[in-house]
Design a protein around this ligand. Sequence first.
Ligand SMILES: [Zn+2]
Length: 101
Amino acid sequence: MKIRKGDNVKVISGKDRGKKGVVLRAMPTTGKIVIEGLNMYKKHSRPQKQGEKGQLVDVVRPFSAAKVMLICPSCKEPTRVGSRMEGTRKARYCKKCKSII
Ligand SMILES: [Zn+2]
């Protein structure tokens, strides 16, 4: 998975297509990410106690990381991410401007 927490991403499919956001959580084991304010759904909660009302709660659902593109911090374009060895460690780089991100 190429997306990390704190990345700026653009959604390329689904109901929030075209929107941008910041990754709040990355879950590499499931390949999913959570983006701030995107992929919101209304959830109906039932009354837990007597006298309480059921209500609508906004919940953020995780996205598949394959549905977003990373926005490169140096060229500000949505881009694909490559990885290459930089000395002894792996570095991510922008496929458009080749700068390390
Ligand atoms: Zn770039």
